[in-house]
Design a protein around this ligand. Structure first.
Ligand SMILES: Nc1ncnc2c1ncn2[C@@H]1O[C@H](COP(=O)(O)OP(=O)(O)OP(=O)(O)O)[C@@H](O)[C@H]1O
Ligand SMILES: [Mg+2]
Length: 483
């Protein structure tokens, strides 16, 4: 973010600006309220960090002017006289947050600005998205995600919705094929017509045929009267054929015929029935491979594949995970800040083999586990690194070395994340977390302080390794008792 730091104690302004630059912000600093206003008039800033006590205009006055003229600017106050009163007053007048200049306030500022930035991004995403998504869904399905990958899929869906083309939705389980199928139907000209869904994997071949195409009276034992099939039900609407890869070969021929000629015969009948049905099919199978192995007819594949939409796996668009998480939290009546920062970060790093559905389920579970507390990493079932051996002993140099991605990485951040992971794995038990990292408890404490995971001077739970404090925690069931 572009951040303007304001303090008439210029040394503090400068040091704070430097610290925030280290955290990746673009910063400038000025030495008072008037220069600040001048600078804001000249250039756009997303955030202002200002001292409260200054020669007039002081921090409160500056806050007032900013909120009046640039209401979107995030304002954070620094104060050496932190009293609940001033703070409350500042928050009421539109300040985003405040820090106590006496503590480790620069680290705190970093995390406050990080949170503000995330929220700004979310808001921008939502605003940008509401345009496309409204058209696409008419309130019936909400597709969340600002990533390029999902936006491309939304764009394709929007374009094809306007036509009668057959659509093939492809993607792993839980990527939103169902959601997109509905979105296409309900934003098409057929929206007022029927929406009919058949899961091709759910019924054995004989029943599936009559389910899809209907049967005449007496067609088979038990066919005591004529029955309409789902194709007829879907007349003038859309038929969604889910798990199309599971369609038996005998029915593949029949489906091809409906697509090509718009007619079919009911089971046990010879009268041909015409229908006007749009077909949307979905699969998580590699149909090309099935064609090579003669499990799927090539001619049907080409008919279905006129307009494929591939839905990206969530791990290919991890940047969407936080927005999805907040969407699901809201759906469950929780607010977005129910997530701790650590949990928020963890959400953006997991690989989600079960895709969006897994994320949704994990949050539902976390909400139950957390109760009225914030959701932390310990409530997320997937917070532990995958494939980690359950023994819980430090690898001590043997084995795991992370790859360095082409864009590089921050060793500081990596260390912080590993500490968070170790603490989550050890369920907060510091001795155990230290062991996982091959550190002494004391070293773990000092690194936690360095990374803002612990307030300096916070009393330690007991003294050295294997402290009674930790054993008590174990006995109370808070930690686990692995060696
Ligand atoms: N982009 C998205 N925005 C909001 N919710 C989503 C999104 N993608 C998926 N979901 C939600 O995730 C869950 C799983 O999606 P869906 O059932 O559409 O997946 P699918 O691809 O059909 O999976 P399967 O192959 O297992 O049938 C649903 O609750 C759906 O609403
Ligand atoms: Mg589905």
């Amino acid at each position: 973010m572009r951040v303007l730091v304001v303090d008439d104690e210029i040394k503090n302004a400068e040091l704070t600006a430097l610290a925030l630059r280290d955290a990746g912000h673009e910063t400038e600093f000025v030495n008072g309220g008037l220069p600040a206003l001048k600078r804001l008039e000249a250039a756009p800033f997303e955030a202002v960090v200002t001292d409260l006590r200054m020669a007039p205009p002081d921090g409160m006055a500056l806050l007032g002017s900013i909120k009046q003229r640039w209401p979107d600017v995030t304002v954070v106050l620094m104060t050496a006289y932190a009293s609940m009163d001033t703070a409350r007053r500042a928050l009421k007048s539109g300040a985003y947050d405040y820090v106590d200049k006496e503590g480790e306030f620069r680290e705190e500022l970093k995390s406050i600005l990080e949170k503000a930035e995330r929220e700004r991004r979310l808001r921008a995403d939502n605003e940008r998205l509401s345009g496309t998504v409204d058209q696409l869904t008419r309130g019936l399905a909400t597709i969340i995600g600002g990533s390029r990958a999902i936006q491309q899929a939304v764009e394709l869906a929007r374009k094809v919705a306007a036509t009668d083309s057959t659509v093939l939705l492809r993607g792993e389980s839980g990527t939103g094929k169902d959601l997109f199928a509905r979105a296409v139907h309900f934003s098409s000209r057929r929206a007022a017509g029927p929406w009919v869904k058949v899961n091709c994997a759910a019924l054995p071949e004989s029943l599936l045929e009559s389910e899809l195409f209907g049967h005449e009276k007496g067609a088979f034992t038990g066919a005591i009267r004529q029955k309409r099939g789902r194709f007829e039900d879907a007349h003038e609407g859309t038929l969604f054929l889910d798990e199309i890869g599971e369609l038996p070969t005998s029915l593949q021929v029949k489906l091809l015929q409906v697509i090509e000629e718009k007619t079919f015969t009911r089971v046990g009948g010879n009268q041909s029935v015409s229908v006007d049905v749009r077909i949307i099919a979905a699969t998580n199978r590699e149909l090309e491979e099935m064609v090579r192995e003669r499990q799927f007819r090539e001619d049907l594949f080409f008919r279905l594949n006129v307009f494929p939409i591939r839905l990206p796996a969530l791990r290919e668009r991890l940047e969407d995970a936080p927005a999805l998480a907040e969407f699901f939290l809201r759906q469950h009546g929780a607010s977005a800040d129910k997530l701790t920062q650590e949990a928020h970060r963890a959400l953006g790093r997991y690989s989600y083999p079960g895709n969006v559905r897994e994320l949704e389920n994990a949050l539902e579970r976390a909400l139950i586990l957390a109760g009225s507390d914030p959701i932390g990493v310990e409530h997320l079932s997937f917070a532990e690194p995958e494939g980690a051996e359950p023994g819980g002993r430090a690898a001590a140099g043997a084995g795991w070395v992370p790859e360095i991605p082409p864009e590089g990485l921050s060793l500081e951040l990596l260390e912080r994340e590993l500490i968070v992971k170790a603490l989550a794995r050890a369920r907060g038990n510091k001795s155990q977390a230290a062991r996982l990292l091959g550190l002494t408890r004391r070293t773990l404490y000092s690194r936690m302080e360095r990374h803002g995971l612990r307030k300096p001077g916070e009393p330690e739970e007991g003294g050295d390794e294997e402290s009674p404090g930790d054993q008590a925690a174990n006995a109370a069931g808070r930690g686990d008792t692995r060696p």
